[in-house]
Design a protein around this ligand. Structure first.
Ligand code: ADP
Length: 534
């Protein structure tokens, strides 16, 4: 199972690098007018590119089964049960909140990766990055892809808002790099750009001097989120302009940075940034970045110019007063290439949803590349959050992780300690976990049904989830009061990266009850940690 997943990651990064290379070639389109008439273009190199990226590469197997990998992973296995301090639900500090060593996964990555011949500079502009500002899969994918490209020799930077809640202790060498002004709503806002490194990945943090990005969470702060991300999109380009930075590729993600391609082609390309090509990844079509013309105008563009079918008008509002815009649609139209997170989701999005007609018009630049997991960050053989490490050839550590989690959460443990080993009955009762954002898309009603069934069948279940909606939170709080008293179900309504790693390691099964799932990393991580997904 471990190998299957690492293979997925390999295909993902190769496909992206081919796409980046194709985009940065001198033959690619170099002005927005061609982008806007993209559906009229004859088939170009992209089709060929997609065909190349669809299949496994012959070197995949050798990459996955190198002796060095196995050697390093084996040496990490050391159960040491005699000195083990088993957690208890009565511990003053819960076991997942203890002090863990700072984890710089870049130290564990083997630098024997084959380097690419044509090296590029890629800048990601994103709202999330794991683990310092992560809410869901977007953060995981940005970090994993950035690391994969760095390992192949490319220069990569991630531009991220400097959220007040960002985990600063995980950023190495954080320092102020540039102070500049960026535009918002008729004013130039003094803005700081900091540089830092997060587990080997260079980071540029954009900090406006206004109230944007303040608050205890990545999303849902006391500021207008749409305007804050419009500001961020422009501030990224403004930083490139004032520092004379011209990457080959600017890779934007989701609606939050959907306006960046508009700003680039209609403003900054006319100023001094000429070189970059734009790539948009749509991780989930559920969020469109709905925006009024006036709101778009706050970033300095004339919002009314974008209210046309071939640009950014939200097709659902045509004929209504007022018509609205969609930053995601604008991003699709104005990017040189658009990627979504799996070939299946690509087909689904071409067949349903109001964006389908836009995607069909832009079909020749639209690709489905299957997501992968960051195999350095998600590695049960080296994971610092686990009480015991394990890998495909030695899963003893997994049984210890299960026992550890069961004891720490007050679930009835199946096994018992015999000397420094666990008895063989640790696996008798299956442990099902579900780690998810608690939103409708994730099949909330299915989770409550699953709890009942698993209890009836004599299994155990742990749910780790965070709701962004107070109604859903209340619903799950009552489930928590109902079930957390017993010894077979635990519902934890919080976000914890550390606990999530321990739960994947402890799990026999990972429940993924989504109503629809563009790709879903949770099941891939489950496979990597030796659990089935349902
Ligand atoms: P989505 O991107 O729709 O949120 P994915 O399954 O692709 O779903 O990715 C979810 C990621 O977020 C996984 O890494 C998962 O472990 C993590 N995650 C979700 N909820 C939590 C939580 N409450 N605590 C810790 N990690 C979480």
């Amino acid at each position: 199972m471990l190998r299957v997943d690492a293979f997925i990651c390999l295909v993902q990064k190769k496909s992206f690098i081919k796409l980046y290379t194709c985009l940065s070639s001198p033959h690619e389109v170099d002005n927005r007018h061609m982008l806007l008439s993209t559906w009229k273009r004859k088939q170009n190199g992209f089709k060929i590119l997609v065909a190349c990226s669809a299949g496994p590469h012959p070197t995949a197997n050798s990459y996955l089964s190198t002796g060095t990998n196995t050697e390093k992973e084996s040496s990490a296995i050391d159960c040491g049960l005699e000195e083990f301090s088993w957690p208890s639900p009565n511990d003053e500090i819960p076991f997942w909140k203890k002090d863990f060593p700072l984890w710089d996964v870049s130290q564990e990555v083997f630098d024997d990766t084959e380097k690419d011949p044509d090296l590029m500079h890629i800048i990601h502009a994103t709202a999330e990055m794991a683990p310092i500002a992560k809410v869901g899969g977007l953060g995981d994918v940005v970090t994993g892809l950035a690391r994969a490209c760095l390992l192949r020799g490319h220069k990569v930077d991630i531009m991220l808002p400097f959220y007040e809640c960002i985990q600063k202790q995980q950023i190495n060498g954080l320092e102020l790099m540039t102070t500049y002004n960026s535009y918002h709503d008729g004013q130039w806002v003094p803005t700081n750009a900091y540089r830092g490194v997060v587990s080997g990945i260079p980071l540029i943090l954009i900090e406006p001097s206004n109230h944007f990005f303040k608050g205890p969470a990545v999303y849902g702060g006391c500021y207008n989120e749409l305007e804050a991300y419009l500001f961020f999109s422009r501030a990224c380009l403004e930083w490139m302009q004032v520092t004379g930075t011209e990457p080959d590729i600017i890779h934007v993600h989701e609606w939050q940075t959907g306006a960046l391609p508009l700003l680039y082609w209609d403003m900054y390309q006319c100023l001094s940034i000429k070189k970059p090509r734009l790539l948009l990844t749509v991780h989930n079509m559920e969020h469109y970045g709905e925006c009024s013309k006036d709101q778009l105008s706050k970033c300095g563009l004339d919002g009314s110019l974008y209210a046309t079918i071939d640009k950014a008008v939200d097709d659902r509002t045509i004929g209504h007063n007022p018509e609205r815009l969609s930053l995601l649609k604008g991003g699709i139209v104005y990017s040189n290439a658009v990627v979504t997170v799996s070939p299946t989701y690509l087909k689904e999005t071409l067949c349903s949803g109001w964006l389908a007609s836009t995607l069909i018009r832009n079909r020749d630049k639209y690709h489905g590349i299957l997501n992968g997991v960051d195999t350095a960050m998600w590695n049960p053989a080296t994971d610092v959050f686990l009480p015991a490490k394990f890998h495909a050839e030695n899963i003893e550590g997994k049984r210890i992780c299960k026992h550890y989690v069961q004891r720490g959460l007050g679930l009835a443990p199946n096994g018992s300690l015999v000397g420094s080993c666990l008895s063989n009955d640790t696996n008798r009762v299956p442990l099902v976990i579900c780690i998810t954002r608690l939103v409708a898309q994730k099949g909330l009603h299915l989770i409550s049904h699953a709890i009942k069934h698993i209890e009836e069948l004599g299994g155990q279940m742990v749910i780790l989830g965070k709701a962004s909606d107070s109604r859903v939170e209340r619903e799950f709080e009552s489930l928590t009061n109902l079930h957390n008293q017993g010894t077979s179900v635990r519902i934890l309504l919080t976000y914890s990266e550390e606990l999530s790693h321990m739960l994947y390691a402890a799990a026999d099964m990972v429940l993924v009850p989504s109503i629809y799932e563009p790709c879903g990393l949770s099941q891939m991580i489950g496979m990597r940690y030796g659990a089935f997904h349902l």
